[in-house]
Design a protein around this ligand. Structure first.
Ligand SMILES: [Zn+2]
Length: 297
């Protein structure tokens, strides 16, 4: 065990490869989170609403168990249970040629894509940060951001159940280490100011936009996500993250509308762009921010 840790500490390529493999496996779990968490929340809200109007003392209606661990995954086509051997990240998809072993109905390309993306991003984290606490925090950040981006793409909603723990995680990390990840040393003070400023900056843009246009550009989940990013990187990353995400969002939005793939008034979720921009700025600050932004370290 000690030898293994020595190897990971000594060799960045081996550590990065280990992170990538871990990322593939966690990516497979993130697919479950992206699919099931919104359904779990909806079921809970439905129960809460029923209880709200029910006479006092009414017991919550019992529902079949449904959470991240149960019931086991099944094929949506034929309902057959997915065996462990068919659940190996990416490899099973290639081996089964993207089809269910039982009924041959196609498996969404999105599952191996999320796994690949997560593996790749985790490999980059291992490579950039090397063996240590910083990499662990970077991996956790990556997993949360992928889950949030996926859920926002599907449902246009960023659950508190993910944004708030990510925020606590960033604040606690600044307390425990006295510094953030990557090139942004972040003291607890900077992390607290960063998260509050992150929330308030988008909150004010949101209300200004609503006053001016009568429309809502984004939602409260976006404020909380930027607050979480501010907790990791301090207030200095906020403007770069906002600019980068707004630019990417505008380019993608205009392209989709130009290609006729998207209605002009159909909302495009902002969370995925925030997540990508935040991740890039935190992981590659020197390349992306330092050249033009005077407040980095
Ligand atoms: Zn099937």
């Amino acid at each position: 065990m000690l030898d293994l840790i020595d190897v990971l500490r000594a060799s960045t390529p081996i550590f990065a490869a280990t992170c990538a493999v871990l990322g593939l496996v966690v990516g497979s779990f993130l697919n479950v989170v992206i699919f099931r968490l919104p359904l779990m929340l909806k079921a809970r809200w439905r129960t809460d609403c029923q209880l709200l109007d029910a006479p006092e003392g009414t017991e919550a209606p019992s529902a079949p168990r449904y959470d991240l661990a149960y019931p086991p995954s099944t094929c949506p086509g034929c309902g057959s249970r997915i065996r462990a051997i068919d659940n190996i990240p990416v490899l099973s998809y290639v081996w089964l040629r993207g089809r269910c072993r039982q009924c041959r109905s196609p498996i969404s390309l999105r599952y191996p894509s999320v796994e690949l993306l997560c593996g790749l991003a985790c490999g980059v984290i291992g490579w950039q940060f090397g063996f240590g606490v910083e990499a662990v925090v970077g991996l956790i950040l990556t997993w949360f951001l992928i889950a949030l981006a996926g859920i926002d793409l599907d449902t246009q909603y960023l659950p508190d159940e993910l944004t708030l723990p990510l925020l606590w995680c960033g604040l606690l990390f600044s307390v425990s280490s006295g510094q953030g990840i990557g090139a942004f040393p972040v003291s607890p003070t900077e992390a607290i100011i960063g998260s509050a400023a992150g929330y308030l900056s988008l909150w004010s843009v949101y209300h200004a936009f609503r006053l001016l246009t009568g429309r809502e550009g984004f939602g409260y989940g976006d404020f909380k996500l930027l607050a979480a990013l501010g907790a990791f990187g301090g207030w200095t990353i906020l403007l770069p993250v906002i600019l980068l995400s707004a630019m990417a969002g505008a380019i993608v939005g205009i392209t989709l509308i130009a290609l006729g793939r998207h209605g002009r008034h159909q909302p495009i979720p902002y969370g995925p762009f925030l997540a990508i921009a935040g991740w890039l700025v935190l992981v590659f600050p020197h390349a992306l921010v330092s050249p033009w932004w005077p407040f980095g370290h």
